[in-house]
Design a protein around this ligand. Structure first.
Ligand code: SF4
Length: 164
């Protein structure tokens, strides 16, 4: 798995002060993508044990609410490596929430068994391709109106968030 950077504190990638991991790779090629430099899966650098330590150190700050995984498209990264990373974070910081921004919709993602397991282990998914014909700068945490913020209900099922 490769990534471009780890940013913190970040207030634009979810609720509260967050640590954001920007993964490499996206195959979707949305027109007017805001992050084209991340599309090449070989761009950026390898996510190493040192990267994991940096991520966990930053997440450990008391004012950090949680982790956001963005890109690129995180669901174009190695699914097993992504799942392992999420499980490590959840084990170390069970009270911090995890958001993922993915170009694939929730419905598309749930066709894959490992992505389904990833979804079971996160709190919020912001899904869908960026559609410049539906661009709306007033939306919270989304670029276009087709994208949806999903959160979990008390039974762990994804429902549309009131943030939409
Ligand atoms: S899914 Fe995201 S990163 Fe990929 S092309 Fe679309 S806007 Fe860009």
């Amino acid at each position: 798995m490769r990534y471009h950077k780890i940013t913190s504190p970040d207030i634009n990638s979810g609720l509260g002060f967050r640590v954001t991991l920007w993964l490499s790779g996206c195959s979707l090629n949305c027109k007017f993508c805001h992050n084209p430099e991340t599309h090449n899966p070989l761009s950026g650098k390898e996510f190493t044990n040192e990267s994991m330590t940096e991520l966990l150190d930053k997440l450990g700050k008391p004012y950090i609410k949680g982790l956001t995984i963005s890109g690129g498209n995180p669901f174009d990264s190695d699914h097993q490596e992504l799942l392992s990373l999420i499980k490590i974070v959840k084990e170390k910081y069970p009270k911090k929430d995890i958001w993922i921004f993915s170009g694939y919709t929730l419905e598309e993602s749930m066709k894959d068994s490992t992505l389904t397991e990833i979804l079971e282990n996160i709190d919020v998914l912001v899904d869908g391709r960026f559609d410049y014909t539906k661009r709306n700068v007033s939306l919270a945490f989304r670029g276009s109106e087709n994208q949806v913020i999903w959160e979990k209900d008390s039974s762990g099922k994804f429902i549309k968030s009131k943030l939409n």
